[in-house]
Write a protein that binds this ligand. Sequence first.
Ligand SMILES: Cc1cc2nc3c(=O)[nH]c(=O)nc-3n(C[C@H](O)[C@H](O)[C@H](O)COP(=O)(O)OP(=O)(O)OC[C@H]3O[C@@H](n4cnc5c(N)ncnc54)[C@H](O)[C@@H]3O)c2cc1C
Length: 455
Amino acid sequence: MNSKHEMRLLEIAKRLTTFEEVALGYNEEEAYLESLRCLNCKTKPCVSACPVAIDIPRFIMKIKEKDITSAHHIITEANLLPGVCGRVCPQESQCESTCVRAIKGEAVAIGRLERYVADNYQGEAHPQVAKKDYQVAIIGSGPAGLACAGVLIEKGYTVTIYEAMHENGGVLVYGIPEFRLPKRIVKAEIETLKQMGVKFENNVVVGKTVLLEDLKQENDAIFIGTGAGLPKFMNIPGENYNGVLSANEFLTRMNLMKAYQEKYDTPLKKMTNVAVVGGGNVAMDAARSARRMGAHVYLIYRRGFQEMPARLEEIHHAQEEGIIFKNLTNPVAITANNEGRVTNIICQEMVLGEPDASGRRRPMAKEGSEVVFDVDTVIMAIGNYPNPLLRTSTSLVEYDKYNCLVVDENNKTTCDGIYGGGDVVTGAATVILAMGAGKKAAYAIDLYLQNGKER
Ligand SMILES: Cc1cc2nc3c(=O)[nH]c(=O)nc-3n(C[C@H](O)[C@H](O)[C@H](O)COP(=O)(O)OP(=O)(O)OC[C@H]3O[C@@H](n4cnc5c(N)ncnc54)[C@H](O)[C@@H]3O)c2cc1C
């Protein structure tokens, strides 16, 4: 009773040759046994720790009763993407971190149970009829835009999502790899929104193919959920050589261009020895993807394991799959051959000093240390900024010096009728925080339109 029921995993040998999902989920018996661990506390601390406030004990009680339909309805009252969130939310630092069971053992496996319900629900979405005479444009089909759309369509608005890419889902489809979040799960959850009446306009880059000003004329309100898709680089010598990629570019090629499948013309050059720089989920995803393409992969991170922002589960899976962790190591230059192709990454060893503003111990270079790795590819996964494309095309809304959209406590921008949320406001964060922001903005949009737009 003190530990979570283990989730079955794809065997390691198979992981290295396919992009199949690694975590296999609970079966009925496992989910039932895990549900028995929930104490159904009166105070429900897990609910307050969930950014979208799913009534967690209530849905788990339904699993106990083997009533998946009711469990699904309870979750989707708060979260329209349970299959996604059950897989990628950092539950260990949110709902599960406050679970009373965790005082004397492990928290209830809330994420695994959420995923179990999503994967085993058989029902269909109910189509919504637009009852209100207002239309709302949403820019971006990532979790923020989808969550905003879900609330507004249920309230009877006409909702259209404008998306720059040919596929919907934002980072859920072009960032997070198939072995962690199968695209069919994202597609199915987006299909539910389509069935409910949300319209999607793809290949529309707002700020380029259509202006924000035009959307403002044609709609009663707008939500901006354009994410944080502009990669950061280190600004070290050699970052322009052939073979240096951002994790964004690498993962997008993998996910949307199927660079790993033989039947597709691979747009990625064969890689043998790869250095991935970074310690977050993006770095783990890039490293594990490169490994599946047959490469030896070094994960170069300037702090220690304890400071790594990636989910513990992802770090464990990466270790199992043979990623070579080079912690307390920081790149200072990349070298290349006469043709400009990467040959080495030169690093310094680091030591940890006092905690910095992030609360983590500050990495400092060890005098005179140098470590060199022979690599043909370097993938930078050190973070992202919001893309400035929309910003440079409009003066309707304000952005700060980091290209983050400026909003108030109700997610309203500096322009009446235009709201925003997700990574474009906070900088790169998490799926559930983006969804929470999208929902909050949707309630504010509803209030604004119900008050005759006079806020
Ligand atoms: C590789 C990777 C792994 C991650 N792993 C996790 C994880 O395990 N758990 C977790 O919680 N979070 C994870 N994250 C973070 C999480 O995915 C993001 O915080 C979340 O997707 C942000 O949602 P969003 O809707 O704000 O933006 P996005 O998901 O970035 O969606 C924005 C959408 O807007 C579109 N867009 C941008 N500009 C325009 C425009 N001008 N016109 C029209 N459309 C536009 C984009 O094409 C995109 O589809 C990961 C991120 C990455 C990159």
